[in-house]
Design a protein around this ligand. Sequence first.
Ligand SMILES: C[S@@+](CC[C@H](N)C(=O)[O-])C[C@H]1O[C@@H](n2cnc3c(N)ncnc32)[C@H](O)[C@@H]1O
Length: 253
Amino acid sequence: MNASREADRIPGGAAKERFVRRLFTAIAPTYDIMNVVMSAGCIYLWHRFFRRHTALGPGDRALDVCTGTGELARIMAEQVRPGGRVVGIDLTPGMLEIARYKLAARGLDEEVELIEGNALSLPFDDGSFKAASMGFALRNVADIPQAIREMARVVRPGGRVLNLELSKPPSPFVRVPYFFYFYRVVPVLGRLIERTAAQVGSIRPYTYLPASLVKFPDQATLARVFREAGLVNVRYYSLTGGIVTLHVGEKPA
Ligand SMILES: C[S@@+](CC[C@H](N)C(=O)[O-])C[C@H]1O[C@@H](n2cnc3c(N)ncnc32)[C@H](O)[C@@H]1O
């Protein structure tokens, strides 16, 4: 597979949203387990790091944009109880269904409200939340600056915007072996489960995954997008050699 060629085939705008919805509907049942397998368990470390940077406490309100199966929403719900609330929003009903089931199983269905909606036009008033997060989803949205602007808008002054996402490792010593794994091994792993998950149009889900990183901005460029959205104290943390990055920005108080 040539990832750059695949990246050129990913549609833009509304077509991308339709594509993304179909893709995540197809992989929803296996999404969580694939995350654990493909990250060799590192997903747990990345989630733990995210938890340490939300600055949330009991009684707070938080938003998880592109919540998918609700993993970041669950983490924040554990932080804001008692008395707090988390809203998880996503385009794909099939992903939200899994989130609903998981949150109920953990007794967090009171704390978390799940709604269908678009990251590019959040149905909330300005300053509604103490924190807004996004996990492993920014590569999927059709307009990255607009998604960050929307998160910044709905966070209250002093609140945080957090984005946990795959990134391109800056060091060649990490990048070369990682890219081999990501661009060569992941699609093969994915093909094993694609026997059950439908191919979406002419693009296979775990061929799309590596292709979606090709045109994604590097760490410093994404930090600039955060600043251009009006966020301050923008910083980013490279995790596992920069395979994943957590960007954090604050709305001026
Ligand atoms: C890779 S999953 C990430 C799920 C979850 N945040 C996590 O950390 O595992 C990407 C999710 O983003 C959602 N998504 C993509 N574009 C979206 C948009 N414009 N608005 C809302 N959700 C979107 C997809 O439906 C999918 O559930």
